[in-house]
Design a protein around this ligand. Structure first.
Ligand code: GUN
Length: 278
């Protein structure tokens, strides 16, 4: 078994971005909107901001209280859309229940939508056009490509059909020539799909969801889950010890997909800045 080291690749990507910025007069900027005080969202936003600072991007944070109105968020996205100094806009999810998330995501200019959540970018991804792709699934594809793991012609089981991870990952896999099975909460027996899969990707937020009996010998396992146990330990969705004995490659948690998400967001922001100056 070999570990797919997302931490090292993410560091390589950051170094490449720093080197690229040295060669040109470009200062990408990312505006992050954080609504409310969810500790996990706050932690993610802080990681994204720190990454921006490490590579020399401008990082702007806009914090709104849980009680803010939809109108207030919309007027902020409007303002950022019209600000020529802002290249990328990201609204950290989830938003409070009284906010219509789709309306907010649709208000972001598609060319600044570095999360790839605007329906325009979602549509482009599905028909295979150039677009911004969500950072977590694109990070998974980049990690597989870096390790020269061919996805073309492979059976891929994806567990979790969210708009952020599962659905765009299925589209990326399909575009790359794989045969994805997208399993979700109503799937009766996910092991039917995982046992047949050359690559299993799981991201639902349930520790030990994927166990060794559910995969075939030599499968490639991508753990997109992040769970904090009561003892404070961070784990993914995979029962790591037994699964790692049976698979050929596996992502660790932490140090696998998580750092790739951040690095890919940086790449998307760089792309938005370059497109703006084209
Ligand atoms: N919440 C969980 N994952 C993400 C993500 O990739 N982007 C945003 N904006 N919010 C998230």
């Amino acid at each position: 078994m070999e570990l797919l080291n997302g931490k090292d690749l993410a560091q390589n990507i950051e170094s490449q971005i720093i080197a690229e910025l040295k060669k040109q007069d470009l200062k990408p900027s990312l505006a992050v909107i954080l609504v409310g005080d969810d500790p996990a969202s706050r932690a993610y936003v802080s990681m994204k901001q720190k990454a921006c600072e490490r590579v020399g991007f401008v990082s702007l944070k806009f914090e709104l209280p849980t009680t803010c109105t939809q109108k207030e968020i919309l007027s902020l996205t409007q303002k950022l859309n019209n600000d020529a100094n802002v290249h990328g806009i990201l609204v950290q999810l989830p938003l409070p229940k009284h906010i219509d998330t789709s309306k907010i995501l649709e208000s972001i200019a598609p060319q600044k939508d570095v999360d790839g959540f605007h329906p325009y970018n979602v549509g482009c991804l599905h028909v295979g056009l150039e677009c911004f792709c969500p950072a977590t699934p694109l990070g998974v594809m980049n990690l597989l490509a870096y390790y020269k793991i061919e996805v073309r012609g492979k059976n891929v089981a994806i567990i979790g059909a969210s708009n952020i991870v599962g659905k765009p990952l299925a589209a990326l896999m399909l575009n790359a020539g794989a045969t994805p099975s997208l399993c979700h909460i109503l799937t009766h027996d996910i092991s039917i799909y995982t046992r047949e899969a050359d690559i299993v990707c799981v991201g639902v937020g349930k520790p030990n969801l994927l166990n060794a009996e559910m995969i075939k010998q030599g499968a490639i396992v991508i753990d997109i889950g992040i769970n904090r146990l009561e003892n404070g330990r961070l784990v993914g969705d995979v029962d790591f010890e037994p699964v790692s004995k049976k698979c050929s490659f596996i992502t660790p948690v932490p140090g696998g997909v998580g750092p790739m998400t951040i690095a890919t967001l940086l790449q998307n922001t760089l792309k938005a800045a370059k497109n703006f100056h084209k």
